[in-house]
Design a protein around this ligand. Structure first.
Ligand code: 5GP
Ligand code: MG
Length: 176
């Protein structure tokens, strides 16, 4: 496992992103919607840095059904608060092809929000397949499969306080 972002680098990057978000919303009420489960650690850190009138909700999206390749996307809105007339900031762990955030953004737009923006911890370089660009990005990373700070491989490694790239042998070992 190769550490790409240390705990202190992540802390600084999340603080920078929180400052950008606060500057953008200028004290206006905001609903943060976190895409579970990968953004759970980012959510906890980010909301404590935002001095805004804030509501917090979650929805669930899963696409990595088997390992490291993208499967069919399923979205569960059961736990989501009402977003009509609210400014919504959709928060996710990583923007890879962008299909997940694009699909959720499109569905949210049909629920009558005041506006929808997106914030991610990581964006993988050279991978986007959609027109949507995230509005707030803490870190750009190379095209490697990463875990930690909420990101998993087969539900392992989410609790690591750093972000690390998994090698082929890490993947083979974790798959057992
Ligand atoms: P996208 O729809 O942008 O291709 O993928 C977004 C989702 O795929 C993320 O929310 C995340 O769950 C998963 N994903 C993409 N790249 C990685 C990665 O390198 N590591 C992990 N653990 N998940 C990833
Ligand atoms: Mg995810």
């Amino acid at each position: 496992m190769k550490v790409l972002l240390s705990e202190s680098e992540i802390r600084r990057g999340v603080r920078r992103m929180a400052e950008d978000i606060a500057r953008h919303y200028q004290g206006q009420p905001l609903t943060i919607l976190a895409v579970m489960t990968g953004s759970v650690v980012l959510l906890a850190d980010l909301i404590r840095l935002l001095d805004l009138p804030l509501r917090v909700g979650v929805l669930q999206a899963s696409s990595y059904r088997a390992g490291t390749t993208r499967g069919e996307l399923t979205i569960n809105y059961d736990l989501m608060p009402d977003v009509a007339n609210r400014d919504v900031l959709l928060v996710d762990d990583i923007f890879d092809t962008g299909h997940t955030l694009e699909a959720i953004t499109r569905l949210l737009a049909g629920m009558g929000p005041r506006g929808v923006r997106t914030a991610v911890l990581l964006r993988k370089q050279g991978r986007s397949e959609v027109a949507l660009q995230p509005d707030f990005v803490a870190f750009e990373i190379p095209d490697e499969f990463v875990v930690g700070y909420g990101l998993d491989y087969r539900d392992q490694f989410r609790h690591l306080p750093f972000v690390a790239a998994l090698s082929e042998s890490d993947i083979a070992r974790a798959a057992r």
